[in-house]
Structure formats: structure tokens, C-alpha cells
Design a protein around this ligand. Structure first.
Ligand code: DGL
Length: 261
């Protein structure tokens, strides 16, 4: 599994809870975050490099692109080029979104790269659900999360400004289309109002992975087995351990450094 930094830990948490027997390698590319403002071609190169690393150095059986920006930029290419199954977070998130809405007025927030790519707009269209979608990019949110600041006045002021179009559109369900955003859920709810349901892709992605592993006969079935969890960071390893552990929990212990050539 990989993300630009800490955001994918929301998906890792869901996966560890749902599939405790599975081994997990998580790469947080904190040396090159954030991905959101970068050109999609550059993010695609990063994604291919990390996927190759996971196959070559860890012999993984499945890759989870636990990052919306990387999913938007590279999922199709990864699925076409990797020798193993690759799962992204966009389709699972959209499934949750479309099934949760009552009024049909839905919203998605994400990075500039994700929203600009049109990946969510296309994924919602593919469901053929009768819904009206409003999208907004939220530049700056990821940087607050990466600093461990999820509820200061500053992040609140930024959220008021960035979420205004979604409030004006009268949506009843909002998909957090960036794996970092669940850490801002309280602030986002404060701004949007408690009647707006927030959904994220973490649980639905974990369910999709369980389904796929079972379909392919790749799941670990030994009862009582506890998987081993390795975390790699391309940035400051001590900071990754400290901040990551406060976000994921005690399973985040074995943190190693990874460097790109
Ligand atoms: N967490 C990532 C996402 O889901 C990327 C955030 C970033 O690096 O800008 O889009």
C-alpha cells in the first residue's frame, strides 16, 4: 500500500481491522509529498516507481493505491502494467457516496490534482445514479494534516472558505476524496453542518480488497494469525513514527527509511 504521506493510514487502519491476518507494507512518500499540486504525469511516475519497489523488494501479492491523487493519475496504467492486482480508492469511495445519499445532491472534495483530473466526475457518471455532483479542490488541507494540525482556527478558516460552494449547493452527502481528509472530519462537519453525512473510501476499499483476495484465493486463512506490519518513509523516519503512530495506533512501530534512485 502507498500514499504520499500519512493519509493512506486511514485505509491501512481499515485494512488491519478487517483483515488482521494479512501482512502489510505501507510506503509513505513523505520525501516527495504533497502529490496534490504536482502535474499528474509526475505523480504517475512516482506511483510506478513505488509499485515496482513493493513488488521487487517486498514480493507483495496485491497493491493498494491508498491515495486519491495517485489513483486518479496512475490506476489504469498500474492495472495494465503490474503483474499483480492493483486496487485504488476512487471507485470504492464513489460506491459509498452514491449509496449514502438521500436527496441525490452529492459532493466530493479532493486535491487540485484529483479534482482537476475529472476521475471522480467520470466514476460517478459510470454508476448511472441520478445524482447532482458538486466538486471542490481543497489546497492546503493536506499540509495541515501532515503537520498534525487538524482543528486549529487557521484550518477552520480555510475550511469555511473552501467548502462554501458545497454548502451553497445544498448537498446531503460529502465524500472525502483524499485519504488525508478523514483526519479533518470534525472541522469539516463543523463547517458543513451535522446533517451532511461524510463518507470516505477507507472501509469500502478494505471490503473490496477482502472480496478480491477471496476471489483470487489469495487470502490468509490461518485463524488467530496476526499480520506483520512494515512502514517505510522516504522522508523523516522519526517524524513518521511519531505522527503516524498517533494517527494509526500501536501497529505503527516498525518504520524504515526508503530512498529512490
Ligand atoms: N492523500 C492523498 C490523496 O488522497 C494525497 C495528498 C497529497 O499528497 O497532496 O489525494
Amino acid at each position: 500500500m502507498f500514499d504520499s504521506g500519512f493519509g493512506g493510514l486511514t485505509v491501512a487502519r481499515a485494512l488491519i481491522d478487517l483483515l488482521p491476518a494479512e501482512d502489510l507494507v505501507y510506503v509513505g512518500d513523505t520525501g516527495r509529498y504533497p502529490y496534490g499540486p504536482r502535474p499528474l504525469d509526475e505523480v504517475r511516475e512516482f506511483a510506478l516507481e513505488i509499485a515496482d519497489h513493493l513488488v521487487e523488494h517486498h514480493d507483495v501479492k496485491l497493491i493498494v493505491v491508498a491515495c486519491n491523487t495517485a489513483s486518479a493519475a496512475a490506476l489504469a496504467e498500474l492495472q495494465g502494467s503490474m503483474p499483480i492486482p492493483v486496487v485504488g480508492v476512487i471507485e470504492p469511495g464513489v460506491r459509498s457516496l452514491v449509496s449514502a445519499t438521500r436527496s441525490g445532491h452529492i459532493g466530493v472534495i479532493g486535491t487540485v490534482g484529483t479534482i482537476g483530473s475529472g476521475a471522480y466526475q467520470s466514476a460517478v457518471e459510470r454508476t448511472e445514479a441520478k445524482v447532482t455532483l458538486t466538486c471542490a479542490a481543497c489546497p492546503g488541507f493536506v499540509e495541515f494534516v501532515e503537520r498534525g494540525d487538524t482543528d486549529s482556527d487557521q484550518v477552520h478558516v480555510l475550511a469555511e472558505r473552501l467548502l462554501a460552494p458545497l454548502r451553497d449547493a445544498g448537498i446531503d452527502t460529502l465524500l472525502l476524496g483524499c485519504t488525508h481528509y478523514p483526519f479533518l472530519a470534525r472541522t469539516i462537519t463543523d463547517v458543513m453542518g451535522r446533517e451532511v453525512v461524510l463518507v470516505d473510501s477507507a472501509d469500502e476499499t478494505a471490503f473490496r480488497i477482502r472480496e478480491l483476495l477471496a476471489e483470487l484465493g489469495l487470502e490468509r486463512t490461518e485463524s488467530g494469525r496476526v499480520g506483520c506490519h512494515i512502514f517505510e518513509s522516504s522522508g523523516d523516519v522519526d517524524m513518521f513514527r511519531r505522527l503516524g503512530r498517533s494517527m494509526l495506533g500501536p501497529e505503527l512501530d516498525d518504520v524504515r527509511s526508503v530512498a529512490w534512485t
